[in-house]
Design a binder for this molecule. Structure first.
Ligand code: NA7
Length: 536
């Protein structure tokens, strides 16, 4: 098999990453007659689902919606077994997609892209890979994912620890056996909330080190009822259309009413129904949930009441009650998370005032306590949205480093391109709806936009497309303005980069999928307004 680096002629497009974005990108480009290939760092496909193998890892959006919509045949042929697919089932789906669309020969695994530079002389991208080769391509498409670069704080003394350490986002393929072990988990985000109930099933003793309590809604995961699936499949287009018309590109049965328009009994009934349904549809309870602090507090208080009703130890329950704005950090979706604290061998350690002071050979000193343990699980999240791009040395015109250009925060036009970096695309890049949505819908929308764009360039004899600087500045202002109109700025979330020390505090995703998709359609219809197109 020839690898991209052996290809004599430049590729039309090099795609970085074989997750959901890269795979669909490859499929679309090949279908449109472009010579495209994927380079992937991992030994297999699946992107974030390839790396996040921690126990209990599952998608937090219902699988009937968290799946490709571009192929009706695929949607009809594929059967999810559970309401929320597990990580292994997601990888089985990915393998099925690769086989169904004959993508395997277009993917080069075990190869990391170290550097991508725009060559001013040739007008092409030179992409240096970890196998020591350089691939040349006219277009370079970053399908590097939003949650793929781990956030691994360097705690003092970390190397002195005698036991095993694991990061949820880099879990070993063969799994980890915690039987008989005393385990400390650092973090209480989504990865922790999913893995803690599973680790507790094995561990002899489990300590959870919590800096900030998070809101979590039960998944009520269950095997999918064939009649329910058949009903969805018979009307799949309707479900997809409903999802795409909502801000999260996910049908959450959005209530158009403000909480102020409802009686206390109606508010209660609305929340009870959403708790009983489970998962992220709780975001759709009231139209003003992320805008009106009073409405937000109603929901937050409802959640705290639920936590207190589940967790028997009063002090633990209080510690688990979040004080922050509801939904400011992505709400978690769990299976038995709060119930786990009723187990006698599970303890919550408050590290909100005194954080992790140091790792010692026999454990962790945190929250003013010494926690002796055999294993530490770092569930400390990701350098989200920009991390994977920052880890590649990306150089645009005149050798400008993308990292330098983005030193004060990412600057993009539509989250798709950045001025000075012609023919470089970021699928679900910062400034696009991405992580605030059902990712697969955002991925498909971007891949379709990029494919249409490349077809347009080919048809019009255009060699380069590049975001205009004034367009990207205006877009960046608009992204911030939309976020500022909500409560999403009011906490230290990874949407703001606040979880990574030193990262600029800028709200990175764009809130509102339908308005965004409409804007992209308009831009394309106007001959790629806001982009500079050139024949040479
Ligand atoms: P998250 O949501 O970023 O959670 C990371 C957790 O780790 C969170 O509780 C953090 O506390 C904690 N953390 C991070 N750094 C530290 C340090 N230095 N000390 C103590 N605790 C720390 O990542 P996840 O992997 O759980 O989930 C990411 C997304 O994946 C999720 O939103 C879903 O979309 C899927 P903090 O809250 O910052 O105080």
């Amino acid at each position: 098999m020839s690898t991209p680096s052996n290809t004599a002629a430049p590729l039309d497009a090099l795609i970085v990453g074989a997750g959901f974005a890269g795979l669909y990108m490859l499929h679309r480009l090949r279908h449109s007659g472009f010579n495209a290939r994927i380079v992937e760092a991992g030994s297999g496909a699946g992107g974030t689902w390839f790396w996040n193998r921690y126990p209990g890892a599952r998608v937090d959006i219902e699988s009937m919606q968290y799946s490709y919509k571009f192929s009706d045949e695929l949607a009809q042929a594929w059967d999810w077994s559970e309401r929320y697919a597990t990580q292994p089932e997601l990888l089985t789906y990915v393998a099925h997609v690769i086989e169904r669309f004959n993508l395997a020969d277009g993917i080069q695994y075990n190869t990391r892209v170290n550097r991508a530079s725009f060559n001013d002389a040739t007008g092409l991208w030179d992409v240096a890979t970890s196998d020591g080769k350089t691939v040349t391509a006219r277009h370079c498409i970053m399908a590097t994912g939003c949650l793929s670069s781990t956030n691994e704080p360097k705690f003092p003394g970390q190397d002195s620890f005698k036991g095993d350490t694991w990061h949820t986002g880099r879990w070993p393929k063969e799994g980890v056996d915690f039987t008989g072990k005393t385990v400390a988990v650092i973090g209480t985000g989504s990865s922790a909330i999913q893995s803690i109930p599973e680790i507790a099933k094995q561990a002899k003793r489990l300590y959870v080190l919590q800096r900030t309590a998070n809101f979590s809604v039960p998944a009520h995961n269950q095997p999918l009822d064939p009649a329910y699936v058949a009903d969805i499949k018979a009307n799949y287009h309707d479900l997809r259309a409903r999802g795409l018309a909502q801000p999260l590109a996910y049908d959450i049965n959005l209530n158009p009413k403000l909480a102020t328009e409802m009686s206390p009994a109606e508010i209660r009934a609305e929340l009870d129904a959403r708790w009983a349904w489970g998962g992220l549809p709780i975001y759709g309870a009231f139209a003003d949930l992320l805008v009106d602090p009073n409405t937000n507090q109603l929901v937050a208080e409802y959640m705290r009441e639920k936590i207190r009703s589940i967790v028997k130890d009063k002090a633990t329950a209080e510690l688990l009650c979040p004080t922050a704005t509801f939904g400011c950090k992505r709400v978690c979706v769990d299976t038995g998370y709060y119930q786990t604290y009723n187990l006698p061998h599970v303890s919550l350690v408050d590290i909100s005032k005194i954080g992790v002071e140091e790792i010692i050979p026999t454990g962790v000193r945190a929250g003013g306590q010494t926690i002796e343990c055999d294993a530490i699980v770092f569930a400390t999240g990701f350098d989200a949205m920009t991390g994977s791009l920052d880890r590649i040395d990306i150089r645009g015109r005149g050798g400008e480093a993308l990292k330098d250009k983005w030193a004060a925060g990412p600057i993009t036009y539509l989250g798709l391109m950045s001025a000075g970096f012609p023919n470089l695309y970021t699928i679900t890049g910062p400034g696009s709806p991405s992580v605030l949505t059902n990712m697969i819908m955002s991925i498909e929308q971007h891949v379709d936009f990029i494919t249409d764009c490349l077809e347009y360039l080919r048809a019009h004899g255009i060699a380069h497309i590049e975001a205009q600087h004034d367009a990207e500045l205006a877009w960046g202002d608009h992204v911030q303005e939309v976020a500022n109109g909500t409560l999403l700025y009011s906490c230290n979330s990874w949407y703001l980069g606040a979880n990574v020390p030193g990262k600029p505090r800028v709200f990175m995703p764009y809130l509102g999928f339908p308005a965004y998709a409409e804007k992209c359609r308009e831009v394309a219809a106007k001959g790629y307004e806001g982009f500079a197109l050139s024949a040479v």
